[in-house]
Design a protein around this ligand. Structure first.
Ligand code: PRE
Length: 257
């Protein structure tokens, strides 16, 4: 059988509504990833740089090696994907996908994964994971990897949101871009009502997706959730949306290059 390159649907017909739909879909992924990670305790030896056998911490090693494998088969061909360890990724071993170019070339390489990594491990994890060590290090690290990839994808999706906003109203954005005025760009791209809806929706989704289910007494588990819904709303309000907006500002600053 002859081998053909893999192809994907075009993303050239994006609108602000369609990119917002994608962000809404990505909420589900993020919430399910958090629920999965919360099944395990913190398992701190995973993050200890002095554990023998691997360079750096075990979680870092697993993320690096997984990224290297996924790079070879095309994960980072997609402009929606950004590696945590971009240095020395191996070359593709499959034919390139030829994904249509939607983003402005100077904005494609924006990568704030270093900040996402630090925020996730130092601020987010301690908020939703219990203390303890059950020895399930590899499954736990795999959950961390999935959380990181889902958050990174969502936050860097700000590049697409910014491109649509610019294309919809170049006359509004261009003066602030020429002046490299971050504050004005930030206020132009901010929609407080949308942010409020996002926070409410992720809280509600966490209640639905993460409710405890009991067959015996239906009231037994009522009001108990696998992850605290108000914490997910806070995560979005304090980190996910601000970082998505940071990506948008960074992208717009380069949009006329
Ligand atoms: O929906 C938008 O317009 C976005 O830019 C996305 C987003 C978000 O991260 O969810 C960010 C900024 C806006 O203030 C509202 C929401």
């Amino acid at each position: 059988m002859s081998k053909k390159p893999i192809s994907s649907d075009s993303c050239l017909n994006m609108t602000l509504d369609s990119v917002r739909e994608s962000l809404i879909g990505q909420e589900d992924t993020i919430i399910f990833c958090l629920i999965e990670r919360a099944k395990y305790p913190i398992n701190s030896p995973l993050y200890d740089e002095s554990v023998a056998g691997v360079p750096g911490s075990l979680v870092e090693y697993i993320v690096k090696e997984t990224e290297a494998l996924q790079a070879k088969v095309g994960r980072y061909e997609s402009p929606e994907e950004n590696p945590f360890f971009p240095e020395n990724l191996p070359p593709l071993i499959v034919p390139p996908h030829n994904i249509p170019q939607v983003l402005h070339p100077s904005g494609i390489s924006i990568n704030i994964n270093k900040t996402i990594w630090d925020t996730y491990f130092n601020q987010l994890l301690p908020l939703f994971v219990r203390e303890g060590n059950d020895g399930n290090y590899v499954p736990t690290a795999t959950c961390d990897l999935h959380c990181l990839q889902a958050l990174s994808r969502r936050i860097h999706y700000g590049k697409f949101v910014a491109e649509i906003k610019f294309m919809d109203a170049p006359e509004d954005y261009s003066p602030a871009i020429r002046a490299q005025d971050r504050a004005t760009l930030m206020s132009l791209l901010t929609f407080e009502k949308v942010e409020e809806m996002v926070k409410q929706r992720v809280e509600k989704k966490t209640m639905v997706f993460g409710q405890e289910v009991s067959l015996n007494d239906p009231d037994d588990k009522k009001g108990k959730y696998k992850v605290d819904p108000s914490m997910v709303s806070r995560l979005y309000g304090e980190w996910v949306m601000p970082l998505t907006k940071l990506v948008q500002v960074e992208y717009l600053l380069r949009r006329l290059d």
